[in-house]
Design a protein around this ligand. Sequence first.
Ligand SMILES: [Zn+2]
Length: 129
Amino acid sequence: MVGVDDPPRRPQLRRADRLDLILDRDGPRCVWCGRSFAALVRPTTDHLVPRVKGGPSWLENEIAACARCNNERGHLTPVDWLAECERRGWQPDRTAVGAALTRLQDAIAERGGARRAARYLDGQLRRWS
Ligand SMILES: [Zn+2]
């Protein structure tokens, strides 16, 4: 059942189509570890603000991450997981992650709602450096 407070704002895209759009936007690499996607480094859609933290199912809340990073990040915040990636000697795409944080903030400001995600993002952007 479609909730009355959750009208479709655009045609729903299939997962593969969403992933294609994200890869076009962010490039063919995992934003967290920097590895290029290939047969053994499968791309997945990772939620910038996790669903359990109120992250919306919008393209603006989805980034391309390899299955390993998506899995190992768990519910860590983007700022904490980025620091962990750097601690491990990986090359996360700081530019893409920073752009994703502000893009999602802009989308929430434009569409409204997603108040939990907005608070989460405010905290992340305060810690962003
Ligand atoms: Zn990765």
